[in-house]
Design a protein. Sequence first.
Length: 238
Amino acid sequence: MANKHNAIFSKLLWESAHLGIALALLLWKSLVAAEDIPDKFVDIQQAIPTISLEVRYFTTDNFVGARIDGYAAAKVYVTEATADALKRVQGELNNYGLGLRVFDGYRPQMAVDHFVRWAENLADTKMKQRYYPAVDKKNLFRDGYIAERSGHSRGSTLDLTLIAVDSGQELDMGTRWDFFDLKSWPSSTQVNGQQRANRLLLRRVMLRQGFRPLQQEWWHFTLENEPFPDTYFEFQIR
């Protein structure tokens, strides 16, 4: 009987020890994940629950045609200051039945590196007709569509558009997001009056809340007083 009790006791100790190890591993993974997100960064949908996301770099519907390195979840991270300013934008738009849809915010440097490798592979043009029909891929660096560094990696730059809150329908901006073409310039006259008006509405409301626009992309805005103007972050989105 004593041997039987000893065996049961040994089994319980073994199971307890392994359960403790499993819990410790789970806790360690959780802590590692938390530590990967720097201070002063937030998940934008937690900060602004009403905001709409379409994280295409987590999908294959982007100019590369594959999920982009560093995007392990359909989330958007930004600095706290950026989220605070964007919350004011969202509140202002909601008064008119409109809201924001965000395509991208913080972008890991590994994602930028992925773009660079893709751009150097001139044979891969499977997404050309959808995202850059009028641009020769060999000129993407020259024309500034691809670069080795991105302001997105500093955490205070966003790509976004306007939607109607009741339907979720995007307002017509004249081009899709990430469309490599002169037609995507906010000042382009190749789009009609309503499309230009929609771009101007987005621009004005973003300017009022402290964002600066980009000359070449109607969807791109950076917080004027960004907290990390010289820091390019590496953490993964997950």
